[in-house]
Write a protein that binds this ligand. Structure first.
Ligand SMILES: Cc1cc2nc3c(=O)[nH]c(=O)nc-3n(C[C@H](O)[C@H](O)[C@H](O)COP(=O)(O)OP(=O)(O)OC[C@H]3O[C@@H](n4cnc5c(N)ncnc54)[C@H](O)[C@@H]3O)c2cc1C
Length: 418
Protein backbone atom coordinates (compact mmCIF):
# COMPACT_ATOMS: atom_id res chain seq x y z
CA UNK A 1 0.00 0.00 0.00
CA UNK A 2 1.30 3.46 -0.83
CA UNK A 3 2.52 5.80 1.83
CA UNK A 4 1.55 9.48 1.89
CA UNK A 5 2.76 11.23 -1.20
CA UNK A 6 2.95 8.08 -3.29
CA UNK A 7 -0.54 8.47 -4.71
CA UNK A 8 -3.98 7.35 -3.72
CA UNK A 9 -4.99 3.99 -2.39
CA UNK A 10 -8.13 2.22 -1.34
CA UNK A 11 -7.62 0.95 2.13
CA UNK A 12 -10.52 -1.26 3.11
CA UNK A 13 -12.74 -3.94 1.62
CA UNK A 14 -16.40 -4.21 2.29
CA UNK A 15 -18.36 -2.68 5.05
CA UNK A 16 -15.77 -2.70 7.77
CA UNK A 17 -12.79 -0.86 6.29
CA UNK A 18 -11.42 2.40 7.59
CA UNK A 19 -13.05 5.53 6.22
CA UNK A 20 -10.65 7.88 4.58
CA UNK A 21 -11.04 11.64 4.36
CA UNK A 22 -12.80 12.55 1.16
CA UNK A 23 -10.49 13.90 -1.47
CA UNK A 24 -11.39 17.19 -3.07
CA UNK A 25 -10.68 16.63 -6.73
CA UNK A 26 -10.55 19.59 -9.06
CA UNK A 27 -10.78 19.79 -12.82
CA UNK A 28 -7.45 20.54 -14.35
CA UNK A 29 -8.29 19.51 -17.87
CA UNK A 30 -6.54 21.81 -20.28
CA UNK A 31 -6.66 21.47 -24.04
CA UNK A 32 -3.49 23.23 -25.12
CA UNK A 33 -0.80 21.06 -23.54
CA UNK A 34 0.36 17.62 -24.68
CA UNK A 35 -0.22 15.95 -21.32
CA UNK A 36 -3.54 17.00 -19.84
CA UNK A 37 -4.34 16.54 -16.19
CA UNK A 38 -7.48 14.90 -14.87
CA UNK A 39 -8.46 13.46 -11.52
CA UNK A 40 -9.63 10.11 -12.72
CA UNK A 41 -9.38 8.33 -16.06
CA UNK A 42 -11.88 5.61 -16.95
CA UNK A 43 -10.60 3.34 -19.73
CA UNK A 44 -13.60 2.07 -21.72
CA UNK A 45 -16.91 3.66 -22.60
CA UNK A 46 -19.30 0.70 -22.39
CA UNK A 47 -22.09 0.47 -19.84
CA UNK A 48 -19.58 -0.17 -17.06
CA UNK A 49 -17.25 2.76 -17.81
CA UNK A 50 -20.18 5.11 -18.36
CA UNK A 51 -21.84 4.00 -15.14
CA UNK A 52 -18.57 4.47 -13.23
CA UNK A 53 -18.25 7.99 -14.62
CA UNK A 54 -21.87 8.82 -13.81
CA UNK A 55 -21.66 7.50 -10.25
CA UNK A 56 -18.38 9.28 -9.59
CA UNK A 57 -19.89 12.56 -10.74
CA UNK A 58 -23.02 11.91 -8.66
CA UNK A 59 -20.73 11.39 -5.66
CA UNK A 60 -19.21 14.81 -6.25
CA UNK A 61 -16.00 13.88 -8.06
CA UNK A 62 -14.76 16.28 -10.68
CA UNK A 63 -12.19 15.89 -13.41
CA UNK A 64 -13.54 12.52 -14.57
CA UNK A 65 -12.47 11.57 -18.10
CA UNK A 66 -13.65 8.51 -20.05
CA UNK A 67 -11.41 7.29 -22.87
CA UNK A 68 -13.16 5.06 -25.40
CA UNK A 69 -11.30 3.47 -28.30
CA UNK A 70 -14.32 3.13 -30.58
CA UNK A 71 -15.86 5.87 -32.70
CA UNK A 72 -18.83 5.98 -30.30
CA UNK A 73 -19.58 4.80 -26.78
CA UNK A 74 -21.23 1.45 -26.11
CA UNK A 75 -20.17 -0.30 -29.33
CA UNK A 76 -18.42 -3.24 -27.60
CA UNK A 77 -20.26 -6.02 -25.74
CA UNK A 78 -22.82 -3.51 -24.49
CA UNK A 79 -24.32 -3.05 -27.96
CA UNK A 80 -24.71 -6.82 -28.46
CA UNK A 81 -26.42 -7.79 -25.23
CA UNK A 82 -29.82 -9.35 -24.84
CA UNK A 83 -30.82 -6.68 -22.33
CA UNK A 84 -31.95 -9.06 -19.60
CA UNK A 85 -31.86 -8.11 -15.93
CA UNK A 86 -32.66 -10.42 -13.04
CA UNK A 87 -32.19 -10.78 -9.33
CA UNK A 88 -32.17 -14.57 -9.62
CA UNK A 89 -28.51 -15.38 -8.98
CA UNK A 90 -26.87 -17.96 -6.72
CA UNK A 91 -24.42 -15.82 -4.74
CA UNK A 92 -25.16 -13.06 -2.27
CA UNK A 93 -23.01 -10.47 -3.99
CA UNK A 94 -24.71 -10.99 -7.35
CA UNK A 95 -28.18 -10.89 -5.77
CA UNK A 96 -27.24 -7.67 -3.94
CA UNK A 97 -25.83 -6.13 -7.13
CA UNK A 98 -29.07 -6.98 -8.95
CA UNK A 99 -31.32 -5.74 -6.19
CA UNK A 100 -29.59 -2.37 -6.16
CA UNK A 101 -29.27 -2.16 -9.93
CA UNK A 102 -32.91 -2.99 -10.69
CA UNK A 103 -33.99 -0.06 -8.50
CA UNK A 104 -31.52 2.23 -10.24
CA UNK A 105 -32.59 1.04 -13.69
CA UNK A 106 -36.22 1.73 -12.78
CA UNK A 107 -35.26 5.25 -11.68
CA UNK A 108 -33.19 5.83 -14.81
CA UNK A 109 -36.12 4.73 -16.94
CA UNK A 110 -38.45 7.09 -15.05
CA UNK A 111 -36.03 9.99 -15.49
CA UNK A 112 -34.84 9.40 -19.04
CA UNK A 113 -37.53 7.28 -20.72
CA UNK A 114 -34.77 5.75 -22.84
CA UNK A 115 -34.53 2.19 -21.51
CA UNK A 116 -37.70 0.56 -22.94
CA UNK A 117 -37.82 -1.51 -19.76
CA UNK A 118 -40.16 -4.50 -19.77
CA UNK A 119 -40.54 -5.99 -16.30
CA UNK A 120 -42.06 -9.26 -17.46
CA UNK A 121 -40.16 -11.32 -14.89
CA UNK A 122 -37.67 -14.15 -15.36
CA UNK A 123 -39.10 -17.66 -15.14
CA UNK A 124 -36.47 -20.32 -14.37
CA UNK A 125 -37.53 -23.92 -15.04
CA UNK A 126 -36.20 -27.36 -14.28
CA UNK A 127 -37.23 -30.97 -14.76
CA UNK A 128 -34.43 -32.61 -12.80
CA UNK A 129 -33.98 -33.38 -9.11
CA UNK A 130 -30.57 -31.72 -9.05
CA UNK A 131 -31.97 -28.67 -10.84
CA UNK A 132 -34.78 -28.43 -8.30
CA UNK A 133 -32.31 -28.60 -5.41
CA UNK A 134 -30.22 -25.80 -6.90
CA UNK A 135 -33.25 -23.70 -7.67
CA UNK A 136 -34.57 -24.15 -4.12
CA UNK A 137 -31.25 -23.06 -2.59
CA UNK A 138 -31.04 -20.03 -4.87
CA UNK A 139 -34.67 -19.09 -4.15
CA UNK A 140 -34.05 -19.25 -0.40
CA UNK A 141 -30.90 -17.15 -0.71
CA UNK A 142 -32.71 -14.52 -2.77
CA UNK A 143 -35.62 -14.39 -0.34
CA UNK A 144 -33.22 -14.10 2.62
CA UNK A 145 -31.76 -11.03 0.90
CA UNK A 146 -35.15 -9.39 0.46
CA UNK A 147 -35.91 -10.46 -3.12
CA UNK A 148 -39.47 -11.87 -3.22
CA UNK A 149 -38.74 -14.72 -5.65
CA UNK A 150 -41.77 -17.01 -6.02
CA UNK A 151 -41.54 -20.80 -5.96
CA UNK A 152 -43.77 -22.30 -8.66
CA UNK A 153 -45.22 -25.79 -9.04
CA UNK A 154 -45.61 -27.09 -12.63
CA UNK A 155 -49.24 -25.93 -12.89
CA UNK A 156 -48.28 -22.39 -11.81
CA UNK A 157 -45.48 -22.38 -14.39
CA UNK A 158 -47.94 -23.28 -17.13
CA UNK A 159 -50.29 -20.50 -16.05
CA UNK A 160 -47.49 -17.99 -16.67
CA UNK A 161 -46.03 -19.71 -19.72
CA UNK A 162 -48.57 -22.03 -21.37
CA UNK A 163 -46.21 -22.69 -24.29
CA UNK A 164 -43.73 -24.60 -22.09
CA UNK A 165 -43.63 -28.38 -22.64
CA UNK A 166 -45.02 -29.77 -19.37
CA UNK A 167 -43.60 -33.30 -19.56
CA UNK A 168 -41.32 -33.98 -16.60
CA UNK A 169 -41.44 -30.39 -15.35
CA UNK A 170 -40.69 -30.29 -11.62
CA UNK A 171 -40.41 -26.68 -10.45
CA UNK A 172 -39.73 -23.09 -11.35
CA UNK A 173 -39.00 -19.70 -9.81
CA UNK A 174 -40.25 -16.28 -10.82
CA UNK A 175 -39.35 -12.72 -9.86
CA UNK A 176 -41.66 -10.11 -11.26
CA UNK A 177 -39.23 -7.14 -11.24
CA UNK A 178 -36.81 -9.00 -13.54
CA UNK A 179 -37.13 -8.38 -17.25
CA UNK A 180 -35.32 -6.85 -20.17
CA UNK A 181 -34.44 -3.45 -21.58
CA UNK A 182 -32.92 -1.88 -24.66
CA UNK A 183 -29.11 -2.01 -24.28
CA UNK A 184 -28.65 0.94 -26.63
CA UNK A 185 -31.14 2.94 -24.57
CA UNK A 186 -29.18 2.17 -21.40
CA UNK A 187 -25.93 3.31 -23.04
CA UNK A 188 -27.60 6.53 -24.17
CA UNK A 189 -29.09 7.23 -20.75
CA UNK A 190 -25.79 6.63 -18.89
CA UNK A 191 -23.85 8.64 -21.45
CA UNK A 192 -26.23 11.60 -21.24
CA UNK A 193 -26.21 11.53 -17.44
CA UNK A 194 -22.42 11.24 -17.14
CA UNK A 195 -21.96 14.19 -19.48
CA UNK A 196 -24.65 16.27 -17.81
CA UNK A 197 -22.94 15.74 -14.46
CA UNK A 198 -19.60 16.90 -15.82
CA UNK A 199 -17.71 13.85 -17.09
CA UNK A 200 -15.62 14.38 -20.18
CA UNK A 201 -16.01 11.55 -22.68
CA UNK A 202 -13.55 11.10 -25.53
CA UNK A 203 -14.18 8.64 -28.34
CA UNK A 204 -11.58 7.46 -30.86
CA UNK A 205 -9.22 7.53 -27.87
CA UNK A 206 -7.63 4.08 -27.66
CA UNK A 207 -5.35 3.80 -24.64
CA UNK A 208 -1.99 2.51 -25.87
CA UNK A 209 0.10 2.64 -22.71
CA UNK A 210 -0.17 3.47 -19.00
CA UNK A 211 2.87 4.38 -16.99
CA UNK A 212 3.26 5.28 -13.36
CA UNK A 213 5.26 8.42 -12.48
CA UNK A 214 7.61 8.37 -9.50
CA UNK A 215 5.09 10.59 -7.67
CA UNK A 216 2.39 7.94 -8.14
CA UNK A 217 0.35 9.60 -10.91
CA UNK A 218 -0.48 7.68 -14.06
CA UNK A 219 0.36 8.86 -17.53
CA UNK A 220 -2.23 7.40 -19.86
CA UNK A 221 -1.23 7.57 -23.54
CA UNK A 222 -4.07 7.47 -25.97
CA UNK A 223 -4.27 7.62 -29.76
CA UNK A 224 -3.00 11.21 -29.70
CA UNK A 225 -1.43 12.78 -26.62
CA UNK A 226 -1.74 11.73 -22.98
CA UNK A 227 -3.67 12.29 -19.83
CA UNK A 228 -2.19 12.34 -16.37
CA UNK A 229 -4.26 11.37 -13.32
CA UNK A 230 -3.83 9.90 -9.84
CA UNK A 231 -6.61 7.34 -10.47
CA UNK A 232 -7.26 4.99 -13.38
CA UNK A 233 -10.28 2.68 -13.62
CA UNK A 234 -10.00 -0.26 -15.99
CA UNK A 235 -13.49 -0.71 -17.51
CA UNK A 236 -12.31 -2.03 -20.86
CA UNK A 237 -14.65 -5.05 -21.04
CA UNK A 238 -13.17 -7.79 -23.18
CA UNK A 239 -10.04 -5.61 -23.50
CA UNK A 240 -9.52 -5.36 -19.72
CA UNK A 241 -6.74 -7.94 -19.60
CA UNK A 242 -4.72 -6.00 -22.18
CA UNK A 243 -5.24 -2.74 -20.28
CA UNK A 244 -4.16 -4.31 -16.96
CA UNK A 245 -1.09 -5.76 -18.71
CA UNK A 246 0.02 -2.19 -19.47
CA UNK A 247 0.88 -1.94 -15.77
CA UNK A 248 2.25 -5.48 -15.52
CA UNK A 249 -0.92 -6.96 -14.02
CA UNK A 250 -2.30 -10.30 -15.19
CA UNK A 251 -6.06 -9.87 -14.91
CA UNK A 252 -7.98 -13.10 -15.62
CA UNK A 253 -10.64 -11.64 -17.90
CA UNK A 254 -11.11 -13.83 -20.96
CA UNK A 255 -13.50 -13.18 -23.87
CA UNK A 256 -16.01 -15.83 -24.95
CA UNK A 257 -18.24 -15.52 -27.99
CA UNK A 258 -21.95 -15.64 -27.23
CA UNK A 259 -24.72 -15.80 -29.82
CA UNK A 260 -28.37 -14.80 -30.10
CA UNK A 261 -31.08 -15.54 -32.67
CA UNK A 262 -34.26 -13.67 -33.48
CA UNK A 263 -37.04 -15.82 -34.97
CA UNK A 264 -40.53 -14.98 -36.17
CA UNK A 265 -43.32 -15.85 -33.75
CA UNK A 266 -44.87 -19.08 -35.03
CA UNK A 267 -48.18 -18.07 -33.45
CA UNK A 268 -47.91 -14.43 -34.51
CA UNK A 269 -48.57 -13.08 -31.00
CA UNK A 270 -46.99 -10.19 -29.14
CA UNK A 271 -48.50 -10.40 -25.63
CA UNK A 272 -45.78 -10.03 -22.96
CA UNK A 273 -44.48 -13.28 -21.47
CA UNK A 274 -41.66 -13.84 -18.96
CA UNK A 275 -38.05 -14.39 -19.96
CA UNK A 276 -38.02 -18.19 -19.78
CA UNK A 277 -34.88 -20.12 -18.92
CA UNK A 278 -34.70 -23.88 -19.27
CA UNK A 279 -32.03 -24.59 -16.69
CA UNK A 280 -31.69 -28.19 -17.91
CA UNK A 281 -30.44 -27.13 -21.34
CA UNK A 282 -29.35 -23.51 -20.73
CA UNK A 283 -31.73 -22.15 -23.40
CA UNK A 284 -33.33 -18.75 -22.74
CA UNK A 285 -36.24 -17.44 -24.79
CA UNK A 286 -38.10 -14.16 -24.68
CA UNK A 287 -40.79 -12.59 -26.77
CA UNK A 288 -39.85 -9.28 -28.33
CA UNK A 289 -42.30 -6.48 -27.63
CA UNK A 290 -42.66 -5.93 -31.39
CA UNK A 291 -43.20 -9.66 -32.03
CA UNK A 292 -40.79 -12.54 -32.63
CA UNK A 293 -38.64 -14.42 -30.13
CA UNK A 294 -35.04 -13.96 -29.09
CA UNK A 295 -33.31 -17.26 -28.30
CA UNK A 296 -30.03 -17.41 -26.40
CA UNK A 297 -27.75 -20.26 -25.47
CA UNK A 298 -24.18 -20.14 -24.14
CA UNK A 299 -22.31 -23.39 -24.67
CA UNK A 300 -20.12 -23.86 -21.57
CA UNK A 301 -17.64 -25.88 -23.68
CA UNK A 302 -16.90 -23.06 -26.12
CA UNK A 303 -13.23 -22.06 -26.14
CA UNK A 304 -12.23 -18.43 -25.58
CA UNK A 305 -12.65 -16.31 -28.69
CA UNK A 306 -12.53 -12.72 -29.85
CA UNK A 307 -14.68 -13.43 -32.91
CA UNK A 308 -18.01 -11.64 -33.12
CA UNK A 309 -19.20 -13.58 -36.17
CA UNK A 310 -22.12 -15.91 -35.40
CA UNK A 311 -20.85 -19.40 -34.62
CA UNK A 312 -22.47 -21.98 -36.95
CA UNK A 313 -22.33 -24.48 -34.07
CA UNK A 314 -24.77 -22.21 -32.19
CA UNK A 315 -27.54 -23.13 -34.62
CA UNK A 316 -26.84 -26.83 -34.10
CA UNK A 317 -26.89 -26.32 -30.33
CA UNK A 318 -30.29 -24.67 -30.59
CA UNK A 319 -31.70 -27.47 -32.73
CA UNK A 320 -30.68 -29.97 -30.04
CA UNK A 321 -31.86 -28.00 -27.02
CA UNK A 322 -34.80 -25.74 -27.86
CA UNK A 323 -37.36 -28.60 -28.17
CA UNK A 324 -36.84 -29.69 -24.56
CA UNK A 325 -39.14 -26.98 -23.15
CA UNK A 326 -39.99 -24.78 -26.13
CA UNK A 327 -41.18 -27.20 -28.86
CA UNK A 328 -43.30 -24.46 -30.47
CA UNK A 329 -40.02 -22.81 -31.55
CA UNK A 330 -38.38 -26.02 -32.77
CA UNK A 331 -39.66 -25.65 -36.31
CA UNK A 332 -39.32 -21.86 -36.50
CA UNK A 333 -36.81 -21.14 -39.28
CA UNK A 334 -33.69 -19.37 -38.02
CA UNK A 335 -32.33 -16.87 -40.50
CA UNK A 336 -28.57 -16.45 -39.84
CA UNK A 337 -29.00 -12.83 -40.92
CA UNK A 338 -31.13 -12.37 -37.81
CA UNK A 339 -28.52 -13.79 -35.46
CA UNK A 340 -25.75 -11.86 -33.82
CA UNK A 341 -22.80 -12.49 -31.54
CA UNK A 342 -20.67 -10.60 -29.08
CA UNK A 343 -18.21 -11.20 -26.28
CA UNK A 344 -18.74 -12.11 -22.64
CA UNK A 345 -15.75 -10.77 -20.67
CA UNK A 346 -15.54 -13.77 -18.32
CA UNK A 347 -13.59 -14.61 -15.17
CA UNK A 348 -12.79 -18.08 -13.77
CA UNK A 349 -15.47 -17.84 -11.05
CA UNK A 350 -18.04 -15.97 -13.16
CA UNK A 351 -17.92 -12.94 -10.88
CA UNK A 352 -16.77 -9.47 -11.82
CA UNK A 353 -13.49 -8.04 -10.56
CA UNK A 354 -13.93 -4.81 -8.64
CA UNK A 355 -11.30 -3.06 -6.60
CA UNK A 356 -7.80 -1.72 -6.44
CA UNK A 357 -4.74 -3.72 -7.37
CA UNK A 358 -2.77 -3.72 -4.10
CA UNK A 359 0.61 -3.51 -5.88
CA UNK A 360 -0.51 -0.53 -7.99
CA UNK A 361 -2.34 1.93 -5.73
CA UNK A 362 -4.79 4.08 -7.63
CA UNK A 363 -5.36 1.46 -10.35
CA UNK A 364 -8.88 0.07 -9.96
CA UNK A 365 -10.47 -2.78 -11.88
CA UNK A 366 -14.12 -2.82 -12.86
CA UNK A 367 -14.25 -5.64 -15.35
CA UNK A 368 -15.14 -9.27 -16.05
CA UNK A 369 -18.93 -8.92 -15.94
CA UNK A 370 -19.56 -11.86 -18.27
CA UNK A 371 -23.22 -12.07 -19.23
CA UNK A 372 -24.48 -9.69 -16.54
CA UNK A 373 -22.64 -6.42 -17.14
CA UNK A 374 -25.64 -4.57 -18.41
CA UNK A 375 -27.80 -5.43 -15.44
CA UNK A 376 -25.02 -4.82 -12.89
CA UNK A 377 -23.68 -1.57 -14.34
CA UNK A 378 -25.41 0.67 -11.76
CA UNK A 379 -24.04 -1.30 -8.80
CA UNK A 380 -20.57 -1.50 -10.32
CA UNK A 381 -20.47 2.24 -10.79
CA UNK A 382 -21.67 2.86 -7.25
CA UNK A 383 -19.02 0.51 -5.84
CA UNK A 384 -16.16 2.25 -7.64
CA UNK A 385 -17.48 5.70 -6.73
CA UNK A 386 -17.56 4.77 -3.05
CA UNK A 387 -14.07 3.26 -3.15
CA UNK A 388 -12.63 6.37 -4.78
CA UNK A 389 -14.45 9.05 -2.82
CA UNK A 390 -14.55 7.45 0.65
CA UNK A 391 -11.88 4.75 0.56
CA UNK A 392 -14.33 1.92 1.21
CA UNK A 393 -17.62 0.52 -0.03
CA UNK A 394 -20.63 0.57 2.29
CA UNK A 395 -23.28 -0.33 -0.27
CA UNK A 396 -21.90 -3.83 -0.96
CA UNK A 397 -19.56 -6.41 0.48
CA UNK A 398 -16.96 -6.36 -2.30
CA UNK A 399 -14.74 -9.02 -0.79
CA UNK A 400 -15.91 -11.78 -3.21
CA UNK A 401 -15.01 -9.47 -6.11
CA UNK A 402 -11.55 -8.36 -4.94
CA UNK A 403 -8.78 -8.73 -7.56
CA UNK A 404 -6.51 -10.70 -5.22
CA UNK A 405 -8.92 -13.64 -4.82
CA UNK A 406 -7.44 -15.52 -7.78
CA UNK A 407 -3.93 -15.50 -6.34
CA UNK A 408 -5.39 -16.48 -2.95
CA UNK A 409 -7.40 -19.34 -4.49
CA UNK A 410 -10.47 -18.06 -2.67
CA UNK A 411 -13.17 -18.33 -5.33
CA UNK A 412 -16.95 -18.72 -5.08
CA UNK A 413 -18.49 -19.69 -8.39
CA UNK A 414 -21.73 -18.22 -9.74
CA UNK A 415 -23.65 -21.05 -11.38
CA UNK A 416 -26.64 -19.11 -12.75
CA UNK A 417 -24.70 -18.10 -15.86
CA UNK A 418 -26.84 -17.90 -18.98
C1 LIG B 1 -24.75 -11.96 -26.90
C2 LIG B 1 -24.66 -11.26 -25.57
C3 LIG B 1 -25.78 -11.20 -24.75
C4 LIG B 1 -25.71 -10.56 -23.51
N1 LIG B 1 -26.84 -10.45 -22.75
C5 LIG B 1 -26.79 -9.78 -21.59
C6 LIG B 1 -27.97 -9.60 -20.82
O1 LIG B 1 -29.05 -10.06 -21.19
N2 LIG B 1 -27.87 -8.92 -19.65
C7 LIG B 1 -26.68 -8.41 -19.21
O2 LIG B 1 -26.65 -7.81 -18.14
N3 LIG B 1 -25.54 -8.55 -19.91
C8 LIG B 1 -25.58 -9.23 -21.09
N4 LIG B 1 -24.44 -9.40 -21.82
C9 LIG B 1 -23.16 -9.00 -21.23
C10 LIG B 1 -22.93 -7.52 -21.34
O3 LIG B 1 -23.06 -7.13 -22.68
C11 LIG B 1 -21.51 -7.22 -20.84
O4 LIG B 1 -21.29 -7.79 -19.59
C12 LIG B 1 -21.34 -5.70 -20.72
O5 LIG B 1 -21.67 -5.08 -21.92
C13 LIG B 1 -19.92 -5.39 -20.33
O6 LIG B 1 -19.81 -3.99 -20.36
P1 LIG B 1 -18.39 -3.31 -20.43
O7 LIG B 1 -18.62 -1.87 -20.39
O8 LIG B 1 -17.50 -3.95 -19.41
O9 LIG B 1 -17.83 -3.80 -21.83
P2 LIG B 1 -17.97 -3.15 -23.28
O10 LIG B 1 -19.35 -2.77 -23.60
O11 LIG B 1 -17.28 -4.08 -24.22
O12 LIG B 1 -17.16 -1.82 -23.13
C14 LIG B 1 -15.75 -1.81 -22.99
C15 LIG B 1 -15.25 -0.71 -23.86
O13 LIG B 1 -13.85 -0.57 -23.63
C16 LIG B 1 -13.29 -0.14 -24.83
N5 LIG B 1 -11.85 -0.40 -24.79
C17 LIG B 1 -11.22 -1.61 -24.75
N6 LIG B 1 -9.89 -1.43 -24.73
C18 LIG B 1 -9.68 -0.09 -24.73
C19 LIG B 1 -8.52 0.71 -24.74
N7 LIG B 1 -7.28 0.17 -24.72
N8 LIG B 1 -8.65 2.06 -24.76
C20 LIG B 1 -9.89 2.63 -24.78
N9 LIG B 1 -11.03 1.90 -24.80
C21 LIG B 1 -10.92 0.56 -24.77
C22 LIG B 1 -14.01 -0.93 -25.90
O14 LIG B 1 -13.93 -0.29 -27.16
C23 LIG B 1 -15.41 -0.99 -25.35
O15 LIG B 1 -16.27 -0.01 -25.90
C24 LIG B 1 -24.48 -9.99 -23.08
C25 LIG B 1 -23.36 -10.04 -23.89
C26 LIG B 1 -23.45 -10.66 -25.14
C27 LIG B 1 -22.24 -10.70 -26.01
Amino acid sequence: MASEGQGPSVDGWGRGGPRRAQRAPAVRACDDVRVRAADLIVVGGGVIGLSVARELCRAGAEGVVVLEAGPAVGQGSSSRANGGFRAQFTTAVNVEFSRYSIGELEALERDSGLLSMRQVGYLLLTGTEEGERGLRAACELQRSLGVPTEWLAPQQILERAPFVRPGGLRAGTFHSRDGYLDPHGLVMALHAEARRLGARIETGAAVRAIERDPDGAFEVSRTEGSWSAPWVVNAAGAGARAVAAMLGIDLPVVPYRRNLALVADPGGGSAPVPMCVDLDTGVLVRRESKGGWVIAYSNPNDPPSTSTFVDPAFLEDLADRVPNRFPFLAEAPIDPAHCWAGLYPETPDRHAIIGEIPEVPGFLQCAGFGGHGLMHAPAAGRAIAELVTTGRCDAFDLRPLRPSRFAEGDLVVESAVL
